[in-house]
Design a protein around this ligand. Structure first.
Ligand code: GDP
Length: 198
């Protein structure tokens, strides 16, 4: 079943993130990895994540309420070839600041193209989150683009990140329900109180 979702707000800086006592799950990945398509598939709300792509929001952290139980956080895509060095550095800093400091963060979903496998950047994100004892979920995106004969090797190429990937496709729906179930489980985690935040 779809998780109903709606846009809450957009934060260009860490200080703009809304105070919240709700469990938060963030999604991160290179631009073009399929993050918007996956968000739309999980929530069943077509065009939901387009909100994150409107001018002025692509370099921000975008917050979505999921069924009133969980906050899904669309982190800005990194590694965009045409992005200037200053912008790229700003996004990297925003990502790592958010991952290090956000009190109600429960898990990070790292999206990696199934044909590409993890690289240095994705491994660093996983380590930042694991260092806080939080959960890392790795999604291998665009799995429909791999032939059956390529899937075993592609799956094994994820070993360096230390978590088995969940193969997903926004096109044929593979893995979407399994990912939703993981999110629903996370939503059951004990919420923290906004007053406890520093
Ligand atoms: P984002 O930049 O990470 O938000 O990526 P998008 O969701 O906008 O997707 C980037 C491109 O990949 C678009 O052309 C999508 O249609 C395509 N795409 C996204 N997910 C899938 C998928 O699961 N399978 C296939 N074949 N294409 C996908």
């Amino acid at each position: 079943m779809a998780i109903t979702a709606r846009f809450i707000s957009s934060a260009p800086a860490l200080s703009d993130c809304p105070r919240s006592d709700r469990v938060e799950v963030a999604l991160a990945g290179r631009s073009n990895v399929g993050k918007s398509s996956l968000l739309n598939a999980i929530t069943g709300v077509k065009g939901l994540a387009r909100t994150s792509k409107t001018p002025g929001r692509t370099r921000s952290i975008n917050f979505f309420d999921a069924a009133g139980r969980l906050t899904l956080v669309d982190l800005p895509g990194f590694g965009y070839a045409k992005m200037g060095r200053t912008d790229a550095a700003r996004i990297t800093k925003l990502l790592f600041d958010y991952l290090a400091k956000r009190e109600n963060l429960a898990a990070l979903v790292i999206l990696i193209d199934g044909r590409r496998g993890p690289e240095e950047e994705e491994i660093a994100l996983a380590e930042a989150v694991r260092g806080r004892g939080l959960e890392v979920i790795v999604v291998a995106t665009k799995w429909d683009k791999l032939r059956n004969s390529q899937r075993g090797a592609a799956f094994r190429s994820f070993e360096p990140i230390g978590v088995e990937p969940m193969p997903c496709s926004a096109v044929d729906g593979e893995g979407i329900e399994a990912l939703r179930r993981r999110l629903v489980e996370l939503a059951r985690q004990q919420p923290i109180h906004a007053d406890d935040q520093g």
